[in-house]
Write a protein that binds this ligand. Structure first.
Ligand code: PGA
Ligand code: MG
Length: 229
């Protein structure tokens, strides 16, 4: 399907947006919180370049990856579980203070949201970020008013790449599979959209675990959300 097909024929429709790596470059704050946690545990900092590649499956997986020092982590032993629980609490505490401090909206985001709202499009956030951090970040970035629904990684029993969060948001916004688009930066977003049966757009500037997004199966791939218009 062409970009024009996705973004011209069907309005008013529903647009679902991933948050981290799609609307907001939040990796600097996530990295600062991960490094604060690692320091508190007496470990070496991970640094922003590593953390950027570990974002996308929610806070628990991010902390697991940081403790392992790599994207792949082994299921924990009971001893590791105690460490993990402490580490997760340290991360939450640090991120609560850092969330939004160094984060920036990507180029083209405000333009895109403004124009879609003009079209009568209803918009939602579907992120794996824990729910408690979503509204504060949207408010800091000044974009909260565009969104009629926001689903976090712990809002429902499952998160992306499960299709349920997308289907839930789409239904709540009155969308159907023929009138809804998912926009994201990672394989989790595109896989969730494919499983939900809705078209998707991948952005090239996000995280996606450091891998290219061109072969994920998105219906369109863009360098800026302004290209959608
Ligand atoms: O892993 C995260 O917290 C980031 O989530 P998102 O890319 O789904 O917004
Ligand atoms: Mg993302």
């Amino acid at each position: 399907m062409s970009l024009a097909g996705l973004f011209s024929q069907r309005w008013p429709g529903v647009a679902l947006f991933d948050l981290d790596g799609t609307l907001v470059d939040s990796a600097p704050d996530l990295a600062a919180a991960i490094d604060a946690m690692l320091e508190q545990l007496g470990r070496r900092k991970a640094g922003a370049d590593n953390v950027r590649q570990w974002v996308g499956n929610g806070a628990s997986v991010l902390v697991r990856r940081a403790l392992a020092g790599q994207a792949d982590w082994e299921p924990a032993s009971p001893k590791d579980d105690a460490l993990f629980n402490d580490a997760l609490a340290m991360f939450y505490h640090a991120y609560e203070n850092l969330n939004g401090q160094h984060a920036l909206l990507y180029d083209g985001v405000e333009e895109c949201l403004t124009r879609l709202a003009d079209y009568g499009c209803r918009m939602g956030i579907v992120t794996n970020k824990p729910e408690q951090f979503v509204a504060p970040l949207l408010e800091q970035m000044g974009i909260e008013h565009w969104f009629d629904i926001s689903i976090g990684g712990d809002t429902l029993p499952v998160r992306k790449p499960d299709p349920q969060p997308l289907i839930h948001a789409m239904t709540e916004l009155g969308g159907t599979r023929g009138t809804t688009v998912m926009v994201g930066d990672s394989v989790t977003d595109i896989s969730a959209a494919l499983a939900a049966g809705i078209p998707s757009v991948a952005v090239r500037y996000g995280y996606n675990y450091g891998a290219p997004v061109d072969t994920l199966g998105a219906d369109a791939v863009v360098d800026s959300l302004a290209q959608l218009l």
